[in-house]
Design a protein around this ligand. Structure first.
Ligand code: GLU
Length: 491
C-alpha cells in the first residue's frame, strides 16, 4: 500500500436504478475506507446527459443511505474537491484536455464518421481488430489551425505511447498489456463533450483517489486509464476489479433470473442487514464457513486481496434464507415496525388503526416472525385475521381434505360449545391447548380430526402459527363465530 492518504470513491452513473452490483461496489469501497480510516467519496457520473436524470441520482443517494453506506464527500455533502457531480466539472475536463494537447499527449483528429466506418469495415474484412489508423496523429500544427478556423469538426484523441504497461490489480494480480493493443481513443468528442475514460481519470486525479475498486466490466478500460495517469504524471491508484455477479444460470445477472435493482429487494421487504450480508458474499467471505455476519464484521476484516476472481453467484434461494435468518434473530418490536408499512400498503389496517392496536399487532407478528423471510410476506399470511368471520376464504385443498374427512361439521359444533365455556372462564392459550388435547382424547379422536377443521374454520389455511394463539388474536367472539360458521359451511 502506498503512503498516500486513503481515498476511495463510488462513482455511479444516474442512468437507471442502483444495480445490486453497484451497491456491492459501494459497499466494498466503503468498508475498505472505514477499515483503514480513509475517506469515502460519492461522485455522480452524469456526463451522459441524455440518459442521466436527477430522479435516478436522488434514488441512488437514497438507496445508499438506506443501506447505511454514508459518504464523507459527495454532491449533497460537499467537500474539499467539490463539485462532485461530473457534469459540473466539464470546464475542468476541457482544461485538462488542453494541457494534454499542449504536452503532445493528445491530438486533433478530423476523420469523419464516414471515413471511420469505412476503415472499420476494411479492418473487419481483414479479420483485424478495429483501431484508429492514426491518419491525423502527425498533422502539422498550421494545418490543424487552418482546418479548425475553416470550421472543420475535430475530436481529441489520446496519443498512446509505444511500449508495455503493467499495473497491479488486487483481485486479479498483475496485468501486463502492450500499448499497441490500445487504440488512440477519443477523449473529447467533436462537440467538446468528454468521454468516460477521460473524465473518470480527470476526476480521480483531482479528487486524489488512491484506490479504485469497481466492477470487472471496467477492466477493459483500465489500460487506457493507466496510460492517462502516466501522461498526467500522477500516481496510479491501486485497482481492484470485483467479479461479475452471475445469475443462477451462470450468466451475467439480469432480469431473467431475478431482480437486479437494489430497490426491488427493498420493496420486496428484504431486511437491509440481509441485503448487506448477501452483497458481502458476492465475491468475499468472512472465513470458510460463516455466512451470517454484519457490516461491522466486514469492516473489521475486509481486504480487497481476499476478493475472489469469480464465483459471485447471486443465489436467490440463499438470499431469501438469509433474509429469514435476520428476521428470526431480530427483536419483535423492530420486525413489527418494519412490517408495518407493508401491512398498511396491503390495506389491512391504516396507520392510525395499526398504532392503536399496536400491542395486538405485536402478538400477530410474534406468531409469524419465525416463518416469514421478508417483511412483505407478512400481510398475505395474516390476511385471514382481517377477513369477515362469515367468509374467511378457505384454501381449496385444505377445504377438500377436511370435507373428505366427513366429520368436521358436528365436531366443530360440539367443540364450539366446549370452547365457549372455557373462554368465558378466561382460559389462557396454554390452558386451552391442554384442555383441547384432553377433549380430543376423551372422544377417542386423532388430533388432526379436530385440528384440521378447526384451523380451516379459523384461518382458511392448513398450516400456520399456534391455533390457541390465533384464537386469542381473534378474540373469543370472532373465534366462536368462525368455528360455528365453519360448522355450517362444512355441513
Ligand atoms: N460511472 C461508472 C459506472 O457507473 C463507474 C466507473 C468507475 O468506477 O470507474 O459504471
Amino acid at each position: 500500500m502506498s503512503d498516500r492518504p486513503l481515498r476511495l470513491r463510488f462513482a455511479p452513473s444516474p442512468t437507471g436504478r442502483l444495480h445490486v452490483g453497484g451497491a456491492r461496489t459501494a459497499l466494498f469501497n466503503w468498508a475498505y475506507a472505514r477499515r483503514h480510516g480513509g475517506t469515502f467519496v460519492l461522485r455522480i457520473e452524469d456526463t451522459d446527459a441524455e440518459r442521466s436524470t436527477p430522479e435516478h441520482e436522488r434514488a441512488i443517494l437514497e438507496g445508499l443511505r438506506w443501506l447505511g453506506l454514508e459518504w464523507d464527500e459527495g454532491p449533497d455533502t460537499g467537500g474539499p474537491y467539490a463539485p462532485y457531480r461530473q457534469s459540473e466539472r466539464i470546464e475542468r475536463h476541457r482544461e485538462l484536455a488542453r494541457a494534454l494537447l499542449a504536452a503532445g499527449h493528445a491530438y486533433r483528429c478530423f476523420c469523419t464518421p464516414e471515413r471511420l466506418d469505412v476503415l472499420r469495415a476494411e479492418q473487419a474484412s481483414r479479420g483485424e481488430k478495429p483501431a484508429y489508423d492514426r491518419r491525423c496523429a502527425e498533422l502539422p500544427r498550421d494545418e490543424v489551425e487552418r482546418r479548425l478556423a475553416g470550421g472543420e469538426r475535430a475530436v481529441l484523441r489520446f496519443r498512446v505511447p509505444p511500449g508495455e504497461t503493467r499495473f497491479v490489480d488486487h483481485v486479479r494480480g498483475e496485468v501486463v498489456f502492450q500499448n499497441a493493443e490500445v487504440d488512440d481513443w477519443v477523449m473529447l468528442r467533436a462537440d467538446e463533450s468528454p468521454t468516460y475514460n477521460f473524465v473518470v481519470v480527470c476526476d480521480d486525479v483531482d479528487m486524489r483517489i488512491s484506490h479504485v475498486f469497481r466492477g470487472e466490466e471496467h477492466l477493459v478500460n483500465t489500460p487506457k486509464q493507466v496510460l492517462l495517469y502516466r501522461a498526467f504524471e500522477r500516481p496510479i491508484p491501486e485497482f481492484g476489479h470485483l467479479p461479475l455477479m452471475l445469475g443462477a444460470d451462470g450468466k451475467k445477472l439480469s432480469k431473467r433470473t431475478g431482480d437486479t435493482a437494489l430497490e426491488d429487494y427493498r420493496e420486496k421487504g428484504y431486511p437491509r442487514e440481509a441485503i448487506l450480508n448477501f452483497l458481502c458474499l458476492q465475491g468475499w467471505a468472512l472465513d470458510g464457513s460463516t455466512e451470517v455476519f454484519s457490516t461491522d464484521d466486514l469492516v473489521a476484516n475486509f481486504d480487497i486481496a481476499d476478493v475472489t476472481k469469480g464465483g459471485a453467484i447471486f443465489d436467490l434461494d440463499k438470499f431469501r434464507w438469509l433474509a429469514g435468518e435476520y428476521i428470526r434473530a431480530d427483536s419483535l418490536e423492530r420486525v413489527a415496525e418494519r412490517c408495518a408499512p407493508f401491512v398498511v400498503a396491503a390495506g389491512l389496517m391504516d396507520e392510525a388503526e395499526l398504532r392503536e392496536r399496536w400491542n395486538w399487532f405485536l402478538e400477530v407478528v410474534r406468531g409469524e416472525k419465525e416463518r416469514i423471510r421478508t417483511y412483505a410476506e407478512l400481510p398475505e399470511r395474516i390476511a385471514y385475521l382481517f377477513a369477515g368471520d362469515e367468509e374467511v376464504p378457505y384454501h381449496p385443498e385444505a377445504e377438500e381434505r377436511v370435507r373428505r374427512q366427513g366429520t368436521a361439521a358436528p365436531l366443530l359444533r360440539e367443540y364450539a360449545g366446549w370452547l365457549r365455556g372455557e373462554l368465558a372462564a378466561g382460559a389462557t392459550p396454554a390452558a386451552l391447548a391442554e384442555g383441547t388435547r384432553a377433549w380430543v382424547k376423551e372422544r377417542g379422536l386423532k388430533s388432526p380430526e379436530l385440528f384440521q377443521p378447526l384451523r380451516l374454520a379459523l384461518t382458511g389455511q392448513s398450516g400456520g402459527p399456534d391455533l390457541f394463539e390465533t384464537i386469542a388474536l381473534l378474540g373469543a367472539e370472532r373465534a366462536l363465530r368462525r368455528i360455528e360458521g365453519g360448522a355450517g359451511r362444512l355441513a
